[in-house]
Ligand binder design. Structure first.
Ligand SMILES: Cc1ncc(COP(=O)(O)O)c(C=O)c1O
Length: 352
């Protein structure tokens, strides 16, 4: 369930849009949202875009990547799709069974002379091993593009997680921590790269409207940016609320032997998902079935492991294949009542 701010706060922005008649084309609210995100997350350069998938695509295009990109099979289809749509080949490396992120120890074995980049995902906002990944990338002279779709507002090593690697792509989709309905963007420490991404999102125009790049239409529009601006004001409340609800789930499910939680650094996590990892596929199916019979809709994020799907078939990644069969994301949203969490946990206890 997406976070919905008080409607009147959004309507106030809409009145301004109606007044000005400016709906799109890098309008004032998009620019304001970029500034507010930069301020709230303490990052230098931000480009807001139509969605997180296009953000990944423009990150790859902005860096002029060509060849193979090493990524994780435990992600949403958007990750390999964005790589493939930019003419690169996604190559999967297996994951760590505790953090659910790409296992840095498996990356080097996948590097060939065609490898141009690593595209790890901070799964459910758990930070990847950024130091080891950067060290591998530097040693091989390749780029790092983070799929940070889940990782808005996560601090890591004293700064925003989005400032690691060459560029990070975040999502502001309805299901994400801060949402615009649909939306996303890129963050980089390189001003030139974000300027290029801004040209790419607007058909390749520069500030004088000359066409200087092979662009597309990936612009965020004003009606979307307005929702982002309203929601961003609620960031601290949203973060605190999710953290509490996650904690309640953890306490209520403690001692259920056939379940475990993702391993993450508690101060560097935004609690936007509630994944539980079952000991076996049978337990997961039992728990899922019991919840569904009670009209509770958990999600099998991410299933199946992407290396077993037809467009990206690369079998033989046992950790991801197994985790994808056993992981279930439980309901976690801003106005989810505590009594519902207690009921969900009771159903899980009985079914497991
Ligand atoms: C890991 C991951 N990457 C990329 C995306 C794509 O983001 P968007 O839906 O904003 O295009 C998603 C969306 O859910 C995702 O979960």
């Amino acid at each position: 369930m997406p976070f919905r701010p008080p409607l009147k706060e959004y309507v106030a922005y809409l009145e301004g849009i109606w007044e000005s008649g400016i709906m799109t084309h890098n309008g004032p609210l998009v620019r304001r949202l970029e500034n507010e995100i930069a301020k709230a997350l303490k990052v230098r350069h931000v480009a807001c875009l139509a969605n997180g998938t296009l953000a990944l695509q423009l990150a790859i295009r902005g860096l002029r990547l060509k060849g193979e990109v090493i990524t994780t099979p435990f992600s949403y289809a958007a990750t390999p799709a964005a790589i493939a749509w930019e003419g690169c080949k996604p190559v999967f490396a297996d994951i760590d069974p505790e953090t659910l992120n790409i296992d840095p120890g498996r990356i080097e074995g996948k590097i060939t002379e065609r490898t141009c980049a690593i595209a790890p995902v901070h799964v459910f906002s758990c930070p990847c091993d950024t130091a080891r990944i950067q060290e591998i990338a530097d040693r091989h002279g390749i780029k790092v593009v983070y799929d940070a779709a889940h990782a808005f507002a996560v601090e890591w090593g004293g700064r925003s997680l989005l400032e690691y690697g060459d560029v990070s792509a975040f999502s502001l989709h309805a299901t994400k921590l801060i949402n615009c309905g649909e939306g996303g963007g890129c963050v980089s420490r390189e001003r030139g790269l974000i300027e290029r991404i801004k040209r790419l999102r607007f058909f390749g125009h520069d500030d004088e409207k000359r066409i200087v790049d092979e662009g597309t239409n990936a612009k965020m529009h004003e009606i979307t940016a307005a929702l982002g601006l309203v929601n961003l004001k609620w960031l601290d409340r949203v973060l605190g609320n999710r953290r509490e609800k996650y904690g309640l789930y953890q306490r209520r499910l403690a001692g259920v032997g056939c379940l475990r939680f993702q391993k993450f650094p508690p101060e560097s996590y935004n609690y936007s998902y509630m994944p539980v990892i079952c000991e076996t596929k049978e337990t997961m199916l039992r728990v899922e079935g019991a919840l569904r019979r009670n009209d509770i809709l958990p999600r099998r994020y991410f299933h199946p492991s992407l290396n077993l799907t037809k467009p990206y078939f690369q079998p033989g990644l046992p950790v991801s294949e197994s985790i994808a069969e056993r992981t279930l994301c439980l309901p976690l949203y801003d106005d989810l009542p505590e009594s519902d969490i207690e009921r969900i946990c009771d159903i899980i206890r009985k079914a497991s």
